[in-house]
Structures are given as C-alpha cells and as structure tokens.
Design a protein around this ligand. Sequence first.
Ligand code: AVI
Length: 329
Amino acid sequence: DAGHRSAGRRPVLPAPLLQFAWDVRQGLSASPKQLSSKYFYDKQGDALFQAIMHMPEYYLTRSEYEILDMHKERLLQLFCNDSGRFNLIEFGAGDGLKTKLLLRHFTGAGIDFRYIPIDISQNVLETLTADLRQSIPGLQVEGICDDYFRALHQLGQTSDRRNVVLFMGSNIGNFSEPQALDFLSRLSSELNPHDLILIGFDLKKDPGQILAAYNDRAGITRAFNLNLLQRINGELGGEFDLDQWEHYPLYDPISGEARSYLMSRRAQQVYIEALDETYQFAAWEPIHVEISRKYDLAAIGHYASNTNFRLVEHFFDCRHYFVDSLWEK
Ligand code: AVI
C-alpha cells in the first residue's frame, strides 16, 4: 500500500504485521511499558503453550479436565432442552483435548448435536476437525474460521437450535476487567434467550501454587514469555538479546491478578527495524506482558449479573482449584 510507504528506513509491512507493529510501538512507548499477551501465540508460542499444559505445576488444564469428566452427564442434561438438539460452539478450541471428553460422551449417548469450533487460525481448525472426524466417527463437526462474534452472528441467523458456547481454560483471565465485561456483554447480546455459556475460571488459592504454575521448573513458561521478544526480532526486525531478559511472574491475592513481566537485566537500548525506532530500558525495568486473573465466586456472580446472564450452576474439581460456571441468557 503506497500510502504506508515511509521516507525513512522503515520497510513496508504486509497487512497482518501492521497491527502487531503498531501495538509494539504503542506498548514500548507507554509508561510503564507493556506488550499484549495475544502476541504470544505464533507457531512456536502455540507449541510452548501445549507444553505448559503438560507441566506438573500448571494445574489449570488437569483441574478442568477433571471437572468435565466428573460432570459430563449432568452437563449433558442441562445442555439438552425440550428438543434435545443443540449447537456446541467452542471459542478457541486449541487441540480439543478437554472437549473431546464431552464430544465422546455426547456422541455415545446418541445426542443430536453439532460441534462448531471457532478459531481465527485456519491451521488450528483443520488439524482439529481432521483429528475429530477420525477419532469420533459419527460426530457432526463444522469449524468456522473467523472472529468469534462474526461467526456467532452468522450462526444465529442460520440455525434454530439452542446454542451452547464453551469458553474454557480460564481464557477470560487474560482479559483486563473492562475487556472481560465488554466481551461477555457482546456475547450475551449475540445469544438467544435460553442459550447457554460454560465458562472456565481459575479460582483464588495458595499464592505459592499460583506462582509455581507461571514459573515451572523446566523453564517452559519462561521460554513462552521470551518468545514474544523473539517474535519481534523475527517479524519486525527487532534486536532484542534474549540473554539480557528475565521472566518475572507476580501474584496479587487482593485483585487475583497473576501478572507476568519481562525484566531488562541491564540498562540497554534495542533497535526495531520495522519501526525505525530505538527503545531505552533501564536496569531491571519491567515490560508487562500478561494478566492471568484468578477469581472468587462473588466476582464470578457479578460478572454474570452485570452482563445479562443468569447463573445456572458451578462445576468444581475435587480440590476446588477451578470452576466451570454455566450461565443462561
Ligand atoms: C491461555 N491462558 C489461559 C493461559 C493462562 O494461564 O493465563 C496462558 C498462560 N500463560 C502462561 N502460562 C499459561
């Protein structure tokens, strides 16, 4: 696009990189500095997150798996309204490991439902649907590659079935509070009366346990966070020396926010070619990169009532580390 061509050394960027470049410039010019965790998930980041979910310290995935396993029959009863037919829509399905457990159970029970994973990555969707068609014969699965809300809007106009939306994994915890409320309000306005949402929240607990989940001994979470700088180097021509950065997680038991920072180990300056800009970092200056919020049941109740949902039931794992909360529009 000739309109974006600059007179300086700054190269012309392909469209998808423009937003990334813009956000990096905004974040590194802000005080305190910050970068968005949504940029963690390139191919390498996806693989590292898969590895995190298998770390002994990362209790979230195992807790939610246990919830779905223990409560799958009760969930099935609640999902089936009078007609017994529904769309099971999943936001950000990933590798579908947890969802498979439900899909197997529902298919085995002879239920008339369609599974509709929505993801912005075509690659993730193709891998998932091919795997499911093979591993669960008879399952009706139709992935939609789009923005969550556009996909939901389109579905609402073409289907008369009850919609059951899964938003699991405590992905909601990666939003700031206003972002989370906005997300849930938009979701509510796209749904029909009596549609359902099953939403995963990680609960407040021993701070030591939470910090360990974001600082595994094998160093996978560290690599996951540092990969963001690697990505800036690879995609925007950044010159971050990864050895000069440290991963630093923090937990505030009042707000329930687990926050991750990348700390500059010394005073340094870093040039980013695509921005044609040099950024200064003081010794031990942090860049805030992620919030993973933890909740109590009062906060969850407020979220539901402030976004036009009715709380139906909470489903816990044995240790009450995590909750999948079922809400009705
Ligand atoms: C995807 N999300 C819910 C994860 C979390 O726990 O906040 C991402 C993650 N970050 C570090 N470890 C895992």
